[in-house]
Design a protein around this ligand. Structure first.
Ligand code: BV8
Length: 230
């Protein structure tokens, strides 16, 4: 007898934004917008070549005004508005499509393109437009110390305690549009399972951890998610 579903945790990855036109990470031969991940998404890469890293993130930030939330984002926002129990949408994505669709109970575990982080004073603040090396901190005014507020490989994702607590309370864990290639996100299904949650995956192809899910639905998120939420 499956227990009543009150508390839901949803994890999304790049696949949920694919139908909006944003590139996923591991689509074509591991290149990401023509860059190797290790050349643009690590603290070492930033120290080595800040101009390249800023250019990579400035280009992705500029894309945000050219894309719209798709049916999957909108269905998740509807669920957020209507679900009476606990619900937490944890996204690995750094785009702003979930919030633009209306999701409120949302957490960006890998940071956000629309946020800057000053290494001089530690403050984080909303950021639009190119960041580049000459950017000055909106708080302390220091120039050239603003980095993308993005969790790079080797850096600790945000709000892990809050995520862990939600996973342990979850009656249902749903993973949407992620390859299950990156930790700690790829391990969330195990945490949820061991605490008794039902687990559902919706993905274009079977993810690396597909066999860990009670149920795996294959197809585009723009079709599967609105059907599931309905
Ligand atoms: C950390 C920000 C520790 C950058 C990103 C344990 C085992 C092995 C390795 C590790 C481990 N623990 C840590 C590691 C190292 C590393 C890691 O996991 N490496 C991997 C490559 C092996 N992890 C880390 O470094 C993490 N940090 O653990 O820190 C620590 C502890 C203490 C103190 C300090 C540190 C940090 C990881 C975060 C890295 N940053 N993003 C940016 O975005 O610019 S990760 C990056 O990959 C994105 O966030 C992305 O979301 C994420 C995962 O990719 P996906 O979202 O899944 O995208 P992908 O393209 O892979 O897959 C898309 C899927 O969608 C596919 O399955 C496809 O079929 C599907 N799809 C496509 N179209 C559709 C669709 N599905 C539905 N509908 C469609 N239309």
């Amino acid at each position: 007898m499956s227990r009543e579903i009150r508390n839901i945790v949803i994890l999304t990855g790049a696949g949920v934004s694919a139908e909006s036109g944003l590139a996923t990470f591991r689509a074509a031969d591991g290149l990401w917008e023509d860059h190797r991940v290790e050349d643009v998404a690590t603290p070492e890469a930033y120290r080595r070549d800040p101009v390249l890293v800023h250019r990579f993130y400035d280009a992705r930030r500029a894309r945000l005004c050219e894309v719209e939330p798709n049916a999957a984002h909108k269905a998740l926002a509807r669920l957020d508005a209507e679900w009476p129990g606990e619900l937490l949408l944890v996204t690995q994505n750094v785009d702003d499509l979930h919030e633009r669709a209306g999701s409120k109970r949302l957490l960006h575990m890998h940071g956000e393109l629309t946020s800057g982080w000053c290494l001089a004073c530690g403050e984080r603040f909303a950021w639009e437009g190119p960041m580049g090396e000459g950017a000055s901190c909106l708080q302390c005014g220091e120039v050239g110390q603003v980095r993308p507020d993005i969790v790079w490989f080797g850096e600790m994702p945000y709000d892990m305690d809050r995520i862990d607590e939600a996973l342990r309370r979850a009656d249902l864990f749903v993973s949407i549009g992620t390859s299950g290639a990156v930790y700690p996100a790829a391990g969330f299904v195990q945490t949820a399972r061991c605490c008794g949650a039902r687990t559902l995956e919706m993905n274009l192809d079977p993810s690396i951890g597909s066999t860990l899910f009670d149920e795996s639905r294959l197809g585009p998120a723009g079709k599967l998610v609105p059907t599931w939420v309905a």
